[in-house]
Ligand binder design. Sequence first.
Ligand SMILES: O=C(O)C1=C[C@@H](OP(=O)(O)O)[C@@H](O)[C@H](O)C1
Ligand SMILES: C=C(OP(=O)(O)O)C(=O)O
Length: 431
Amino acid sequence: MIERQEIVSGQGLRGEIRVPGDKSISHRSIMLGSLADGTTRVEGFLAGEDNMATLQAFETMGIKICRCRDGILEIHGKGLDGLTEPEDVIDCGNSGTTMRLMTGLLAAQRFFSVLTGDRYLRRRPMKRVVEPLSGMGARIWGREQGEKAPLAIQGTHLQGTTYRSSVASAQVKSALLLAGLYAEGPTTVYEPHLSRDHSERMLSFFGAHVAPIDGGVRIEPRPHLEGREVFVPGDISSAAFFLVAALVTPSSELLIRNVGVNPTRSGIIDILQKMGGDLELTSPRTLSGEPVADILVRSSRLKGIEIGGELVPRAIDEFPVIAVAAAFAEGVTTIRDARELRVKETDRIAAMVKGLGSLGACIEALEDGMRIEGREALDGGGEVDSCGDHRIAMSLAVAALRSRSPVTICDTACTATSFPGFWQLLEQVRG
Ligand SMILES: O=C(O)C1=C[C@@H](OP(=O)(O)O)[C@@H](O)[C@H](O)C1
Ligand SMILES: C=C(OP(=O)(O)O)C(=O)O
């Protein structure tokens, strides 16, 4: 469904909010809950479209999942060998995480399966998981020699491996760790910079033997996974839109409660603080092996900075909205080492350069990032296109808060991918 949203600049963002559950942790809770013995209870599960694709995939493989009240899930896990062959193609929708992690898992099952997705996902690169899994003995076919979905997977016996990934990708790492649960011998993955480690944390929480080794991570096969109680914190990638919105809108003071602040995800906080943002983390705690805090944010005068290296994977989904913060900062912000942005739901470098550029921002594409020169406000208004990408839609909405003329964001239904209720929450905090 194509929808549109009009945003008119106005007063600051005030009050206290919660954002929906973490998308990455929600995916993993379904996967590991299904592979564990006994019941896993998930509180705070994100019922966005991406996670529902994962949930339905496991239902079609014979897992009973009860959607109880208050958004609580009960997953009746059937153990490592409890999945059954899906009778039909599994539709991963828009979700790269669903497709890549499940490719690793399905490669090791005793059955045949096919994964497909929407037109955005069918364009995204899959060889990054197909190739290393094939090195473990996996039998996977896809368009363009396994680069593009649909992927057909004939599950088989796998050998453990040592793999050095050329990209810092949690999806690649997690696909191999999930395959490694079933392989003969340990599986070790190295990556150029540490990507989000939710898989490692949750695997350990469920009883798997996963440990850091020489800068990489190693998993031992055939653990006994035991059903657990998982508390999913608010998604820092969703909180990011409200953090930047509050920073760039005068007279804002917003408290975001219960946000996951895992250090492999909290690059956005480091980046915004380095830009001069007034952000305070309070009540730090740990829930189901994941660090959580409340974040207080106030309007701030931001300054341009240089971003690259290890910070990039720690904030990979936040660069569209970081570009918005940079568009209102004093001086120049340069984002480098972020080539991965070109293979997300859309080419996020091209999409932000087009969207922010059409609103009057001074933004230029670099091969591996963006260069943005900040200004007081954006002069442009009119229509901008989300390109069907949830993060672009929400980032442009934040940019519109400081646009001199009203902005209509086209194709906004995609926000349901990761943030159902985004538009209502934005309306609510603007009073
Ligand atoms: O593992 C995950 O849950 C994710 C990993 C990241 O992708 P890459 O592994 O491609 O960097 C991120 O962009 C995505 O939103 C979620
Ligand atoms: C890139 C994203 O997700 P995925 O790779 O799971 O589609 C995202 O949510 O920004």
